[in-house]
Design a binder for this molecule. Sequence first.
Ligand code: APR
Length: 320
Amino acid sequence: MARPKIALIGAGQIGGTLAHLAALKELGDVVLFDIAEGTPEGKALDIAESGPAGKFDAALSGTQSYEDIAGADVCIVTAGVPRKPGMSRDDLLGINLKVMKSVGEGIRDHAPNAFVICITNPLDAMVWALREFSGLPYEKVCGMAGVLDSARFRHFLATEFDVSMKDVTAFVLGGHGDTMVPLVRYSTVAGIPLPDLVEMGWTTQEKLDAIVQRTRDGGAEIVGLLKTGSAFYAPATSAIEMAESYLKDQKRVLPCAAYVDGAYGLKGFYVGVPTVIGAGGVERIVEISMNKDEQAMFDSSVSAVKGLVEACKGIDSALA
Ligand code: APR
């Protein structure tokens, strides 16, 4: 049986890391697409040349032509401009909306059966626009944010508790931005919820609050350190986890930006919710119950996302 085909639209920092991880994990053959001539070809060749020492079998190629993504099983979209220090994800809106139009049309015309994972920011608005421009089924287009945000949360918690990250689960809901909602009650160490761990003296409420805030600011922290771009290792690893769940029908329960059509009383846009990802794409949205405070945080995150979607409609009348 032929290997799955993975098209990476955008061959920058995240795109290159995605290609490397997909090859190392032998998820399939990789096509890197980018408007920058030479970049996708160079990265593809470099990674392919690492195959003998890295001991993986995968074909890699680079292109400027959408025809070469034909028949892709998975498309991961990072095309666009990343944040510079001082820029919010929302500042990127106008620039990246135009990019989503060309990418959406390219996928529509050449890889309409693919499972599409969008990473380009501002995520919740860009994934919505990408779906609109591509016309693909809603369950086949989603955005990567929750896996990354909860991975950051899990990393900080595991460090605080001095335990393996494998034993830390964490839940983050809402939009991928400063309003994201790390859900402390649903986050655990080996099944023990965080509030219980505070009672057990493993940490203090103050420390936990600081970790929640650091998670919210996780992207900006990396931008501040790197100065010339935004995070790429953790975002790429997170998207690969989602792609693998789709390709292998693992039915992992992963938080991602999914289209809501009634879930959580919401309709008509994308927002970060827990989902089940399998061969059908986003097969299910998991609806958890929230207390008053959590609901209030979620609501304000949702209105931030809605604001961005409205702004997109204002910029491109085809979306209105
Ligand atoms: N079509 C294809 N590729 C494009 C287009 C386009 N219309 N416009 C820009 N690109 C390419 C650029 O040439 C560049 O190689 O997208 C790539 C983006 O790569 P980087 O600038 O390195 O950005 P990266 O760090 O990979 O982040 C990409 O993900 O997390 C988000 O905020 C981040 O929106 C940004 C995206």
